[in-house]
Design a protein around this ligand. Structure first.
Ligand SMILES: Cc1cc2nc3c(=O)[nH]c(=O)nc-3n(C[C@H](O)[C@H](O)[C@H](O)COP(=O)(O)OP(=O)(O)OC[C@H]3O[C@@H](n4cnc5c(N)ncnc54)[C@H](O)[C@@H]3O)c2cc1C
Length: 374
């Protein structure tokens, strides 16, 4: 029962493309980041080998809530304060661009239905209003929703609709992206855990392991904290209740109703915050009970749960990813630490790092420079 609903979908076996000899670039991890990086490097004419400890999409990319959101893990108004107006705007524009790119690549793994961020109380409502005002001021598409539809009207105090966002079947998306990378000439080797960087012979190495900190580089493991997110999927509800991804309580609660009618719901890790800083990919009774109670609150009755699972994501102190060269380590790169917001940023950072390796460093890469912590 702990297999993610998403990964249970039958998948085509990955094409068995084999590279002869030494690759130009070795990528560690075949989630969205590693595959995005491999795709761009392959298209750029380099020989790429991806090492994946388990299977394609077996990490967070196949286990997530499936929200494809613009922006980063912090609200836009906070980003403006912390990064300055120009950098915040360029980060948000980058992710809007990558949502469009994702739509081109993902096919039916993405529904571009927008997302709804809900205010659970007065404090969150004020905070959401501040974010809404900042986004509007800087010309981003956003809508304030005062009158929520039932059952949300009884439970929440307004919210923000982000019309450009979307909902993913994340495993389908990550597998499709991996297939694109293979079609571009990359080799993906599954069941190939990299135990030490010294075992890799390539001009460049990219670490794309997000929260599955791997012991490969102690400084990186210190900078990226592993966080567990737990999820449930219900049996089909038999009625349509939610038309797009919804999230609330500062992102601690999130759910989407998928086309098959199931509610896929996650979060509540604040109920056991310290316990959920872990690399253990398991589910726990207290959080699972919390998730079922949340589903009951949203639906007015307790649904039947068909799947329970968890995944690990990587969190950084400033909630921005680390993407770029590792200081003092020639040819070693990282793209990780999306702080729970990696579905779009993973695609972006994988490609940005590839651009730099190909000798065309995109200006946005500076936003994520690992030198700020490593
Ligand atoms: C429960 C949950 C819900 C989430 N919900 C959302 C959401 O709704 N929206 C959003 O934007 N983000 C969400 N995230 C975050 C998002 O899923 C991740 O940030 C994103 O998938 C990271 O992709 P990645 O390719 O960088 O890492 P991963 O998909 O985790 O891939 C890393 C891969 O590296 C492999 N690996 C690790 N060590 C080694 C090694 N030594 N050798 C070889 N391979 C190795 C792992 O097996 C893994 O497959 C969620 C995360 C979780 C856990």
């Amino acid at each position: 029962m702990t297999e993610p609903y998403w990964l249970a979908e039958p998948a085509e076996p990955p094409t068995a493309l084999r590279l002869e000899g030494r690759p130009d670039v070795a990528v560690i991890g075949a989630g969205v980041t590693g595959s995005a990086c491999a795709l761009a490097l392959g298209e750029g004419g380099l020989r790429v080998r991806v090492h994946e400890a388990r299977q394609i999409a077996s990490g967070a990319s196949g286990r997530s809530g499936g929200f494809a959101l613009r922006g980063a893990a912090m609200p836009y108004d906070d980003a403006r304060k912390r990064l300055g107006a120009d950098k915040a705007a360029s980060l948000w524009l980058l992710t809007e661009r990558y949502l469009d790119r994702l739509e081109v690549l993902a096919g039916d793994a993405l529904r571009r239905c927008g997302s709804l961020r809900l205010a659970d109380g007065k404090e969150e409502r004020e905070k959401l209003w501040a974010e809404y005002a900042a986004l509007r001021e800087d010309g981003f598409a956003v809508e304030w929703v005062e009158r929520l539809e039932p059952p949300l009207d009884e439970l929440f105090r307004g919210g923000i609709r982000h019309p450009c966002d979307g909902a993913l079947q994340p495993a389908r998306w990550a597998r499709r992206l991996a297939a694109c990378a293979v079609a571009a000439g990359a080799e993906i080797v599954e069941e190939s855990r990299v135990e030490s960087l010294d075992t890799l012979d390539a001009d460049a190495v990219v670490i794309a392991t997000d929260g599955y900190t791997s012991g490969l580089l102690p400084a990186l493991d210190d900078a990226v904290r592993s966080v567990r997110g737990q999820m449930i999927a219900t049996e089909p509800l038999g009625r349509r209740v939610f038309d797009c991804p919804h999230y609330s309580r500062w992102g601690f609660d999130y759910w989407q109703q998928i086309p098959e009618g199931r509610l896929v719901l996650g979060g509540r890790r604040d109920a056991r915050l310290e316990e959920e800083y872990t690399t253990e990919e398991g589910v726990t009774e207290p959080i699972q009970q919390e998730l079922e109670a949340l589903a009951e609150r949203l639906l007015g009755e307790r649904p039947r749960v068909s799947h329970r699972w968890s995944g690990i994501f990587g969190a950084t102190e400033d909630r921005l990813p680390l993407a770029g060269p590792i200081p003092g380590r020639d040819g070693l790169w990282v793209a990780a630490g999306y702080s729970g917001h990696g579905n779009v940023l993973g695609l972006a950072c994988g490609e940005l790092v590839a651009g730099a390796i190909l000798g065309r460093p995109p200006p946005e890469l500076a936003l994520f420079d690992p030198a700020r912590v490593l």
